[in-house]
Ligand binder design. Structure first.
Ligand SMILES: Nc1nc2c(ncn2[C@@H]2O[C@H](COP(=O)(O)OP(=O)(O)OP(=O)(O)O)[C@@H](O)[C@H]2O)c(=O)[nH]1
Ligand SMILES: [Mg+2]
Length: 164
């Protein structure tokens, strides 16, 4: 399963991929920011997940065009201290017509505002999971990715023709 890891600059995408990848993750940082992509892989919930972290800075967004090819789902990483930064990313993700979930990155385990406030501020439609997680904690990142992958499975089920 190919999972995109998207989000604003500095939201924690590279950290997310690094934290759980079972292979040495490929990073393309230029100092502090990702210029091309992060790549990682892990097995969880009986599935093999290939993680593709995108650059967050708008000047590198042209790279998304290639990254989204063949993607099954996306995780949008949000920094709850800078919610407005997520709006352009959420707009773009909605345009991709992929199942996605929002991971609210609790820097240092702290959710700085209540989750329902974050959900309200993000204005994502009902049915899109919005969950807190910690990009530095492997257990937490795995749980978040399991949720994203489960959304794909659910979508596939919903797409089955109903029995007569
Ligand atoms: N304290 C703390 N720092 C974090 C956490 N997640 C990310 N960071 C730090 O925040 C900075 C940005 O994180 P990255 O994972 O590089 O963010 P990114 O989304 O890949 O950023 P771009 O590639 O620029 O789009 C780095 O210095 C990380 O070490 C966290 O949960 N806690
Ligand atoms: Mg990065």
């Amino acid at each position: 399963m190919k999972i995109l890891v998207l989000g604003a600059a500095g939201a924690g995408k590279t950290t997310t991929v690094q934290t759980v990848s079972e292979i040495a993750p490929v990073r393309t940082d230029t100092g502090a920011t990702t210029a091309a992509l992060d790549f990682g892989r892990l097995r969880t919930g009986g599935r093999q997940l290939y993680l593709f972290g995108a650059p967050g800075q708008a000047r590198f967004w042209f790279r998304w065009r290639d990254l989204v090819q063949g993607a099954d789902a996306a995780l949008v990483v949000v920094d709850p201290r800078r919610i407005a930064d997520a709006y352009p990313v959420l707009d773009a993700v909605e345009g991709l017509r992929l199942p996605f979930a929002v991971g609210v990155n609790c820097f240092d385990g702290l959710l700085t505002r209540p989750l329902h406030d974050v959900r309200w501020a993000l204005t994502v439609r009902d049915g899109v999971p919005v969950h807190p997680f910690d990009a530095r904690d492997p257990v937490s990142v795995r749980e978040m990715l399991d949720l994203v992958a489960a959304g794909v499975a659910e979508g596939a089920e919903a797409a089955q023709p109903s029995p007569l």
